[in-house]
Write a protein that binds this ligand. Structure first.
Ligand code: ACM
Length: 264
């Protein structure tokens, strides 16, 4: 199966230009089963105010962008994960949506809000769902979630084969180093789709990364250029949790000794 990322430079506040860029980049791929786009990919990231974020938000159910993604997926017989500024009632969520040829498969709302996001978005309230596409089980994380090891492990325990990770990373190099390690210690594929460019005092770090269950980086973009990468993956590799002939990554855990993790 083929999976990949789209790395590009969203323009803050220019949804039409961003959707046009996404359309052009997705269409540039000949054949792919699953493509991951960056966090907040239609709106940009560094909003001036909650009002600006509100004006740029849209619902996932029946939203214009999501409908556009569904028609792209139908045309190209693929699935897409995209970061979206989700409006639900009077609330905003920093969300990721998984769509395919028949519609929305599922969504995730970012659990760990970074810096000024706390003034704009509600923290996620949908837990850490895993979605089964038949050929692979998909877990979703968004950007700063990466620094919490608990979320990677929960998704592994829930059977995720591939973690799709829309991002707008700003701390140089840290996440890109952690992604292959988390892939390795959970034996999963990870696709981090980061963005490039700058907004105000934030510079986004590119280097979108795909890591395999052995912790190898099998694709990485440049720090500054628009790029689409697609690689072949073998889901069976993620389902083989044997570390040695006598050690199983999941079954050898000692959860009775991990109770501290459940306390605040
Ligand atoms: C981030 O969570 N966008 C840094």
């Amino acid at each position: 199966m083929k999976t990949g990322f789209v790395q590009f430079r969203p323009i803050l506040g220019d949804v039409n230009a961003n959707v046009e860029a996404i359309d052009r980049l997705v269409r540039s791929v000949e054949q792919v089963d699953l493509l991951v786009l960056p966090e907040l990919c239609t709106t940009g990231y560094n909003f001036d105010s909650k009002e600006q974020a509100w004006e740029l938000s849209e619902p996932i159910h029946d939203g214009t962008f999501v409908k556009h993604l569904v028609s792209l997926c139908r045309e190209k017989k693929m699935h897409i994960v995209a970061g979206i500024n989700e409006r639900d009632g009077d609330k905003l969520y920093n969300s990721a949506v998984l769509v395919g040829p028949t519609g929305v498969v599922g969504k995730y709302r970012k659990l760990h809000l970074f810096m000024n996001e706390k003034d704009i978005f509600q923290p996620g309230d949908l837990g850490l769902p895993v979605f089964d596409l038949g050929w692979a089980r998909i877990g979703l994380l968004i950007c700063f979630d990466w620094i919490f090891p608990e979320v990677w492990r929960i998704l592994a325990l829930e059977g995720a084969d591939i973690i799709c990770h829309p991002s707008n990373l700003v701390i140089p190099g840290l996440c890109q180093r952690a992604v292959p390690i988390n892939a390795l210690i959970n034996r999963m594929y990870v696709v981090t789709a980061n963005r490039i460019g700058a907004e105000g005092d934030l510079t986004f770090t590119g280097l979108s990364t795909i890591a395999d269950p052995n912790g190898e980086v099998i694709a990485q973009a440049s720090p500054e250029d628009e790029e689409v990468a697609v690689v072949d993956i073998d889901v069976a590799l993620a389902r083989d949790k044997m570390i040695t002939p006598r050690n199983h990554l999941i079954n050898d855990r000692r959860p009775q000794e991990y109770r501290r993790l459940m306390e605040p």
